[in-house]
Ligand binder design. Structure first.
Ligand SMILES: Nc1nc2c(c(=O)[nH]1)N[C@H]1C(S)=C(S)[C@@H](COP(=O)(O)O)O[C@H]1N2
Ligand SMILES: [Mo]
Length: 210
């Protein structure tokens, strides 16, 4: 864990210094089976919860030294970051160069301090949605809890006030209207993962269904 943490910190330092390189997984920017779109489709379970910033809370807990429940003011007081990434939805659309602003996962882990045994992360949304990833997947330098998209607050339909963005995985791994982030020493499958979607969700290997 210590080594992983140091490696993540180094990636962050490089990013802040403007030295981070975008990871190129393929000569073709478009993953297999995807098509580029210029619009931003909306995908949900038929519920778009309206969460007022005054009522918004993000609970971060599980195997951590310092569990927290952040309100909006506390969340916005954390170090803010920006990242531009491509967005790949399993329903075959991709949009390039989405500009996200928010709080990086790295900053959140500095706050809650995950324990050595943490291997996975589970996410919940206010609409009852859930999803899961490995801990490694979110310790990358391009993952964040975003509150702005292309310089404007994220709209309700796209998961505002805040949503998870994990650019290297299919978009269902990023919980909109995120309400809880739980650090675990085992994997627990989320909403789509128990319904036959791939657990690993790597767009570059066409890893859609399990
Ligand atoms: N809370 C929540 N998060 C969610 C979903 C959802 O239904 N509820 N859908 C997922 C899916 S399948 C995708 S493709 C993306 C879509 O994000 P968008 O609606 O902003 O395009 O959000 C993901 N996160
Ligand atoms: Mo999706």
């Amino acid at each position: 864990m210590k080594d992983k943490y140091i490696a993540a910190k180094e990636r962050w330092a490089a990013k802040r210094a403007g030295r981070a390189q975008r990871v190129v997984r393929s000569a073709d920017r478009l993953p297999p089976g995807q098509r580029e779109v210029k619009n931003f489709p909306v995908l949900d379970m038929g519920i778009q919860p309206e969460v007022a910033r005054a009522d918004w809370r993000l609970k971060i807990h599980g195997l951590v030294e310092n569990p927290v429940t952040l309100d909006w003011e506390q969340f916005m007081a954390l170090e803010q970051c920006a990242d531009t990434s491509d967005f790949h939805c399993v329903t075959t659309w991709s949009q390039y160069d989405m500009e996200w602003g928010g709080v990086s996962f790295f900053t959140l882990t500095e706050l809650v301090k995950p324990k050595d045994e943490v291997s996975h992360v589970f996410y919940k949304g206010h609409d009852g949605y859930s999803t899961n990833t490995t801990f490694d997947a979110v310790m990358d330098d391009d993952t964040l809890i975003a509150h702005t998209w292309n310089a404007a607050p994220i709209t309700t339909e796209h998961g505002g006030p805040a949503r998870v963005i994990i650019p290297k995985l299919y978009a269902w791994k990023g919980a909109k209207w995120v309400s809880e982030i739980i650090f675990l020493d085992r994997d627990i499958l989320g909403f789509w993962e128990v319904r036959g979607y791939s657990n690993t969700a790597d767009p570059w290997t066409d890893d859609r269904f399990s």
